[in-house]
Ligand binder design. Structure first.
Ligand code: B12
Ligand code: SF4
Ligand code: SF4
Length: 307
């Protein structure tokens, strides 16, 4: 039988900062919250969010019994907004976590298969597969939902990224379910959000969120959103920067997430020109999703003198 300690040892060896084990089942309360969110069109034009399969792990991996959820801590230095450069959200400054996670999860699955002498027993995911990752992380006892809707990891706070796998193995879950709200009377993220995208505690309307407009949306950024952007060129960290669970936490020591491993903390007009000449510099970073054309479009909306 697989022991949680062995799973944890392997996860940490591969570079993850924490791991939890839980049953491969999404709680009914999360399914209901997701369906309400969808029916109120909080997903903007993210049509991939309409895929209800995310509520049913068994449809992603037939016979799935257990979910193993991995956590990566990525906090970076807070960058002051300036009139000359657009700020890149912390998670996007280094290498693309999708790539980093894919490699690690693949290695974990190989290890699992070798350990059990079984094949085709697991299916990995990180962000892009339709899986309710935060709900599973909470159920695995890794933390709680914050009012900014992010997972507050019990030790690392919210500057964490998730990955995981479903497996047909029945692995006992040694962790308690601690799914209690831990925000108390705090409302800092709601008050600080520049676009009022956190429309109620735990609920983000994607069509108001800077992160949606600066990462995902292919549409023109509306004037009102432009005006409310304090200076981001890609993503947004504000509802995390203000969170007391993140204050006094050190910068992550994972090399892959450091600005030196990717595009860096901010982009000015010179850097934009350089990226236009060498667009391959975006490869392997989260900004490749936006490509140089997208970044240039956003830069124009920042109306900084030198863009
Ligand atoms: C769609 C999406 C977005 C959209 C919509 C955001 C959203 N909140 O849904 C946009 C583009 C705006 C976005 C932005 C960001 N994202 Co995003 N995103 C996702 C994605 C793909 C799905 C999220 C989802 O299921 N939404 C559906 C809604 C219904 O779910 P929800 O908002 O989590 O709502 C839950 C809770 O609020 C809870 N709930 C509802 N009511 C109540 C009431 C109480 C009392 C309680 C306790 C709970 C509760 O139930 C709901 C269902 O579980 C996940 C990856 C994945 N596959 O899960 C990444 C993910 C959530 N994103 C992530 C990140 C890092 C970000 C950004 C920080 C990036 C950035 N710096 O710019 C921002 C943060 C914005 C924010 N405050 O949410 C990480 C978050 C890690 C973490 N620690 O939580 C994830 C998990 C990706 C990953 N693999 O690491 N994202
Ligand atoms: S990422 Fe920015 S815009 Fe989106 S909810 Fe958080 S603070 Fe608001
Ligand atoms: S800022 Fe306050 S309300 Fe928002 S997630 Fe953090 S603790 Fe919760």
């Amino acid at each position: 039988m697989l022991l949680f300690d062995e799973i944890k040892e392997k996860a940490l060896e591969l570079g993850f900062d924490d791991v939890g084990v839980t049953k491969a089942q999404i709680p009914q309360t999360d399914i209901k919250a997701y369906q309400d969110w969808l029916s109120q069109q909080r997903n903007a034009d993210l049509t991939y969010m309409e895929n209800q399969i995310r509520c049913y792990p068994d449809q992603i991996l037939p016979g799935a019994k257990t979910a193993i959820i991995f956590v990566s801590y990525y906090k970076q230095e807070k960058i002051e907004f300036s009139k000359t450069a657009g700020v890149v959200a912390s998670y996007a400054r280094g290498r693309d976590y999708h790539h980093v996670h894919r490699k690690r999860v693949k290695k974990f699955i190989s290890w699992l298969e070798a350990k059990t002498s079984l094949k085709d027993i697991a299916k990995g995911f990180s962000d892009s597969t339709p899986v309710m990752e935060k709900a599973l992380a909470v159920q695995a006892g890794l933390g709680w939902f914050g009012k900014n809707s992010l997972l507050i990891h019990r030790r690392f706070g919210t500057f964490t990224l998730l990955a995981g796998l479903f497996t047909t193995l029945d692995i006992p879950n040694p962790v308690m379910n601690l799914s209690l709200p831990r925000c108390g009377t705090c409302n800092r993220c709601i008050e600080a959000c520049p676009t009022q995208a956190i429309i109620a505690p735990y609920i983000v309307n994607a069509s108001l969120c800077l992160s949606y407009h600066l990462i995902e949306s292919k549409n023109e950024i509306s004037e009102s959103i432009q005006k409310q952007n304090p200076g981001y060129i890609f993503g947004c960290d504000i509802c995390q920067d203000v969170c007391p669970h993140n204050i006094r936490k050190p910068v992550s020591d994972t090399q892959d997430f450091s600005p030196e491993s990717g595009i860096g903390s901010s982009i000015d007009s010179l850097r934009l020109e350089e990226l236009e000449i060498n667009p391959e510099k975006l490869f392997g970073t989260p900004l490749q999703r936006r490509k140089i054309q997208g970044l240039k479009k956003t830069a124009k909306t920042l109306s900084f003198s030198n863009f």
